[in-house]
Write a protein that binds this ligand. Structure first.
Ligand code: NAD
Length: 438
């Protein structure tokens, strides 16, 4: 019996070679010649700044081909269309995702990189159309919408990946093992995370690319300023704590092996007179881990960029600092803690008057797997790794292989989106395990 291309993609079983080893002719950019039976045909909704980053990563993934893109802004449509054309991929361009889903019957998957307030609408519509979805973080602008996404994914029997790329970052997985298996920090009692950003001007737009009011309103935007600066307005986003904090806050629960049980927070919304969201937020969490309690302090600043972004774990044997920027990642043993031989042999560097062990070099020295990871880390972006995890899971039809499925992303969103409630209520919030599950 003949198998259609779509059935082939959705039915391939586990163990079949991954994307990197797939056969078939490839272009200079690594894009397959169009039309091969086992390629994954994708569309993108929202081809703005992040959409274009994902798009550029996708054209480097063999076996993935764009068929359509959708964006309400002609500037973004043109930019993405040209990028794909240069990569040898001709696409249909749409303004309305409903028309795209109606007309494009040969899609396998959709990448959603629109603003947060429409993630649920776009993701659910694609899942219900029988498509796999990669949706950017924060998965939704409310826990209610996030919950609907989890349920839609379950009912659709399609795969859904949320764009928390740290979950597919091998450096994070190695650091996790250093904390949990090697216990280089000993018992972790205190954690700290930050994303500090200098004051950034509002986004503008060229006069010739103003979207008419009628179209803005059709898609829920009050003005061109709201449309461009959606992150700062309550109607479209949950503000910087979700935009930036959602990348990091869940790393602590992941590494500690426990969800937060308590949360208290403060936020300031008075630095920018023309923006709605808290520009600076400070939140404190408590965890009950298998080794005892631990506390975490997290801050996001949009008024000062000192220190950039990182996550720090402190225990009685040492401190491990990890960041998506490997240059900011290192380990410092505590006092006279007798570190294991593989760690002792790593050459130290000076940092702020301290002698530290660079995390990349520590991972390379840890074992053969760590050495192999560090050797090829520069070959791909972190986003490409997360996309590849998604496409490999789709190809193998193995939801369990996804590093950030929607139920995991929901549990990650609980301590992030509740920060707003904690700020507004001025109360300490308490959580049980049932709060993290659907
Ligand atoms: N994973 C990461 O590291 C990361 C980094 C940045 C942004 N993001 C996420 O990516 C998403 C997009 O962020 P961005 O920085 O690209 O924003 P952006 O404003 O640059 O892009 C959003 C795009 O979506 C389009 N759009 C808006 N409403 C639409 C609709 N109803 N239908 C179709 N298109 C629509 C806009 O025209 C715009 O081109 C957000 O959810 C953001 O949180 C993730």
């Amino acid at each position: 019996m003949e198998m259609s291309r779509r059935e082939f993609v959705q039915g391939m079983t586990a163990g079949v070679a991954g994307l990197a080893t797939m056969g078939g002719a490839t272009s200079a950019l690594g894009t397959p010649a169009t039309g091969s039976a086992d390629e994954i045909v994708v569309a993108m909704i929202g081809t703005g700044v992040q959409g274009r980053i994902l798009l550029n990563d996708c054209v480097n993934i063999p076996g993935v081909r764009f068929k359509a893109i959708c964006d309400i802004w002609p500037f973004a449509q043109r930019y993405a269309g040209n990028t794909l054309r240069r990569a040898g991929q001709q696409v249909e361009i749409y303004e309305d995702y409903r028309e795209m889903l109606e007309k494009e019957k040969d899609l396998d998957a959709v990448i959603v990189a629109s603003p947060d307030f429409v993630h649920a609408e776009h993701t659910i519509a694609c899942l219900q159309a029988g498509l796999h979805v990669y949706c950017e973080k924060e998965m939704a602008d409310s826990l209610e919408s996030a919950r609907e996404m989890v349920l839609a994914a379950r009912e659709s029997n399609r795969l859904c990946q949320i764009g928390h790329q740290r979950r597919s970052n091998p450096v994070y997985h190695q650091a996790l093992q250093m904390i949990q298996n090697d216990e280089v920090c000993g018992r972790v009692t205190a954690c700290y995370g930050q994303w500090n950003r200098s004051v950034q001007p509002k986004l503008t737009w060229p006069d010739r690319f103003v979207i008419p009011d009628e179209i803005l309103q059709r898609y829920g935007y009050e003005s061109m300023n709201h449309y461009r600066n959606w992150r700062w307005f309550r109607k479209y986003s949950s503000g910087p704590i979700a935009d930036l904090g959602s990348h990091q806050i869940s790393v602590f629960g992941w590494f500690l092996g426990a969800n937060p049980t308590k949360l208290t927070a403060m936020g300031g919304a008075d630095f920018f007179p023309d923006r709605e969201w808290y520009e600076d937020v400070m939140a404190m969490y408590e965890y009950q881990t298998s080794k005892g309690s631990a506390r975490m302090y997290y801050q996001v600043l949009n008024t000062n960029g000192y220190g950039n972004y990182f996550e720090r774990f402190k225990g009685d044997k040492g401190t491990l600092v990890i960041s998506e920027n490997l240059q900011q990642s290192y380990y410092v043993p505590e006092g006279d803690y007798d570190i294991p031989d593989w760690l002792a042999q790593v050459e130290r560097t000076q940092r702020g008057g301290m002698s530290v062990i660079p995390l990349g070099a520590a991972i390379a020295a840890r074992n053969a797997e760590g050495a192999a990871i560090m050797q090829e880390m520069d070959r791909k972006t972190i986003h490409q790794r997360h996309l590849e995890n998604f496409f490999q899971a789709v190809r193998g039809n193995k939801p369990a292989d996804l590093t950030c499925p929607p139920d995991v992303a929901y549990s990650m969103a609980v301590p992030v989106l509740n920060v707003i409630k904690a700020v507004e209520s001025n109360e300490k919030l308490q959580f049980t395990e049932t709060d993290y599950k659907i």
